[in-house]
Design a protein around this ligand. Structure first.
Ligand SMILES: *Cc1c(COP(=O)(O)O)cnc(C)c1O
Length: 376
């Protein structure tokens, strides 16, 4: 890599058996979702997180759509979820005519503040959707206790935490059903892709059916329910298998990168860095986020605009759901205030964090941030 070249915000690593498995697809002619890698990827991925069933789908957003539909969430139901997340989490809740109920983030972990959940539970609450943000898990024990006490379903969006654990238990094994994404900036990638995992036989069956247009085994073109075509191809699953074989090393490297960034940026005034750990998990730094303090007199947008000419690619933090124009126009969240999430959205950004990032590139990124922060 040219030392002066732009440092992209993400570049994946495809150095395992990806080529070999893709070649097998081409040689065998199995390129559709009917190919054998799909089932193998589902089984190995589910086993990795300790779930009975894996249902491979076309992307992480589709996984969430199918899960919300499979749980029968609809008009009159409320679902509690964080405001600080990607729109994929809330889309099907809104489309189905259910009511999303938002909670703010914690200022330290950026994850949903689990202490705010209980006050949001009503007789109409059907589910809690937890979303592990940027590499640290949500504090799951209080969520599990609340769900048990109130008879609520738990959906776990684990798209950013492949290989992460909460108190030693794999993320993706919590609640009724969990989802993953394999977009190229996730810890393992299939280009585009996603996975649903669950221990619940009936839910798994429903998700499989929803993924495949709800075709029926007996009378294929007679439908009892509306589904989607969310199938993953054999080509994607080939990539996924090869990537899964490398997951442990990927997580190790991400932790190393996070620790290195923190070493390079520690002590800079006005810069909040990601927590290295909590009492239940060690950060796996899906992305390396920074939050700019008021003493810097700079928004994340200004910082990103200043980093680009220095050769550093960045992305802004999530924009909270309660501030989305599309939902405001629908009359949703008119009285919501979530100051932590609103602050994170304006002051947070993430630095190049892809697995192909080199130590030299990290040095360049840190030097650029240091230059802007210290004005030197
Ligand atoms: C990436 C991501 C998704 C969406 O996955 P896609 O594969 O891009 O559709 C959903 N939830 C979270 C938390 C994500 O980070």
């Amino acid at each position: 890599m040219n030392n002066d070249a732009f440092v992209p915000v993400n570049e994946p690593l495809l150095g395992g058996r990806e080529r070999q498995y893709l070649q097998q697809c081409l040689d065998s002619g199995w390129i559709s979702s009917e190919g054998p890698f799909v089932r193998e990827f589902e089984e190995k991925f589910a086993a990795q997180v300790g779930r009975r069933h894996g249902i491979a789908v076309s992307n992480g957003s589709a996984a969430l759509d199918a899960v919300v539909d499979a749980l029968g969430i609809g008009p009159g139901d409320e679902v509690i979820l964080p405001t600080f997340t990607i729109i994929s989490c809330i889309a099907q809740i809104v489309r189905a005519g259910a009511t999303p109920v938002l909670v703010d983030s914690r200022a330290d972990t950026w994850n949903m503040d689990v202490d705010q959940v209980e006050a949001r539970i009503t007789p109409r609450t059907k589910a809690i959707m937890v979303v592990h943000i940027y590499g640290l898990p949500v504090d799951m024990a209080p969520i599990e206790a609340l769900a048990a006490r109130h008879g609520l379903r738990v959906i776990e969006d684990a798209a950013e935490v492949h290989g992460q654990t909460y108190r030693g238990r794999p993320c993706g094994s919590f609640g009724d059903i969990s989802t993953f994404s394999f977009y190229p900036n996730k810890h393992i990638t299939t280009g585009e892709g996603g996975m649903i995992v669950t221990d619940d036989d009936a839910l798994a069956e429903t998700c499989r059916s929803l993924r495949n247009l709800c075709f029926q085994p007996q009378q294929r073109f007679v439908h009892e329910r509306l589904g989607w075509n969310l199938r993953m191809t054999n080509l994607q699953a080939a990539l996924g298998l090869a990537q899964l074989e490398q997951l442990e090393g990927f997580v190790q490297r991400k932790r190393q990168m996070g620790a290195r960034y923190t070493e390079l940026l520690a002590g800079l005034p006005g810069l909040q860095l990601p927590l290295a750990s909590t009492d239940y998990a060690q950060n796996i730094y899906w992305v390396y986020g920074i939050v700019l303090g008021p003493e810097l007199g700079m928004t994340a947008q200004q910082m990103m605009a200043a980093l680009a000419p220095l050769g550093v690619g960045t992305r802004p933090f999530f924009w909270p759901m309660h501030e989305q124009p599309v939902f405001q126009r629908m009359g949703l969240f008119a009285h919501d205030h979530h100051p932590v999430a609103s602050h994170l959205a304006r002051q947070g950004l993430y630095l190049p964090s892809g697995l192909a990032l080199s130590d030299t590139q990290m040095l360049r990124v840190a030097a650029a941030v240091r230059q802007l922060v210290t004005g030197g």
